[in-house]
Design a binder for this molecule. Structure first.
Ligand SMILES: *Cc1c(COP(=O)(O)O)cnc(C)c1O
Length: 362
């Protein structure tokens, strides 16, 4: 009997996470396009570094992540002392909520925003506040209007998941400038590498004391299964986050794989270019079938159908043909499906199959 043993406030309001499906019963050769994973896998150097690290599994890992932070700083031209590494950028988001938002505090995220913001806010006992977007784009004015004395954190992903849209530098500047002095702005740059020449918000971190950027190795670097991400912020904030970070939060294989991956700049370039080409092809092919999408700045497309029932029926048809995409009704987008940009044959297969579905149903 646990009737008297109760979890902290907010915990039971968290819905259990539903991951992107990876198998379909009875179907072989299914293609998973539901979790924005890199269709080209992981860089060879990262696999080798991961295997080499297996020889030292009896040793505790390095605790300050100096080598990885140094590599990130070198490649991205940042200050290594203001980088913090975590178990995916999810852990950085968790640290931010744990450190800066508690009971009675408000954490702002947007209408179709990434699910971790709400989950982490609730886990910290804080109150998540959902702000409307404008046509699937983050609305700076709506965020500014929603700020109160209790607001502690504002999370936006730029580019965003699951919409694929992004806001420009002047809008981010207006947001950072317009926030009350007690509010920290978090720019989640999980997809930043897919945007040519984009720094993910690093320049805002350098120029201000109220902005933190989060980044990940899960997307373009193809290390989603290894669980590693990082954050960049003002020294005082990184110092705070490091106090709650477990001293051994990352294992040596994780650190070694990430360090090798970040140094493989040719990999990032190749994946960005391939993704841009296949994404453009797929968006156009879907448009020709009468399925529009916003211009995507990421490695997925948010395909818009006429209705929720059409989107669901199309998802069922794709599944029966071995294609796994993501329903996003839980993100307030019931008539949409989120489709990761796969390799060339997957893109062709998914576009062709959606075309077949619409031919027989519309
Ligand atoms: C995929 C994704 C992440 C990455 O999370 P990890 O914990 O680093 O795997 C972060 N933010 C957004 C918006 C994402 O889509």
């Amino acid at each position: 009997m646990t009737a008297h043993i109760k979890p902290q406030r907010g915990i039971l309001d968290i819905a259990l996470y539903q991951g992107g499906a990876s198998k379909i019963a009875g179907v072989e050769n299914s293609v998973k396009l539901s979790s924005n994973e890199n269709p080209f896998g992981s860089p060879e150097g990262a696999k080798e570094a991961f295997s080499r690290a297996a020889h030292n599994m009896h040793r505790y890992p390095n605790t300050d992540h100096g080598a990885l932070r140094g590599a990130i700083a070198e490649i991205y031209n940042l200050d290594a002392d203001r980088i913090i590494c975590g178990v995916g950028s999810d852990e950085i988001i968790t640290f931010l909520c744990q450190c800066y938002a508690g009971v009675g505090d408000e954490v702002i995220y947007t209408e179709h925003g990434f699910s971790m913001y709400k989950i982490s806010a609730l886990a910290a006992g804080a109150t998540p506040v959902c702000v409307p977007e404008r046509e699937r784009v983050v609305d700076v004015d709506a965020i500014l209007a929603a700020c109160t004395e209790q607001t502690k954190l504002v999370f936006i992903a730029n580019p965003a998941n699951p919409t694929g849209t992004m806001i420009g530098t002047s809008d981010v500047a207006r947001l950072a400038d317009g926030l009350p002095a007690h509010v920290l702005l978090v720019l989640d740059g999980a997809y930043a590498e897919y945007v040519e020449g984009f720094d993910g918000g690093a320049a805002f971190v350098e120029a201000r004391d109220n902005v933190v950027m989060t980044r990940t190795f899960s997307k373009i670097y193809g290390l989603g299964g290894v669980r590693i991400g990082w954050g960049y912020g003002p020294a005082a904030i990184i110092d705070v986050l490091n106090r709650v970070r477990g001293p051994f939060n990352l294992s040596e294989p994780q650190l070694a794989a990430a360090e090798a991956a970040v140094r493989d700049t040719a990999w990032v370039e190749k994946c960005r270019l391939d993704n841009a080409r296949l994404r453009a092809w797929m968006a156009e092919a879907l448009m020709e079938h009468g399925v529009p999408s916003d211009t995507s700045c990421t490695n997925f497309i948010l395909a818009r159908f006429h209705s929720q029932s059409e989107a669901e029926a199309c998802d069922d048809f794709l599944k029966s043909n071995g294609l796994i995409v993501r329903r996003v009704a839980g993100y307030g987008l019931p008539n949409c499906l989120r489709i990761t940009v796969g390799d060339e044959s997957s893109c062709r297969r998914v576009a062709h199959t959606i075309g077949q579905f619409l031919e027989k149903t519309r």
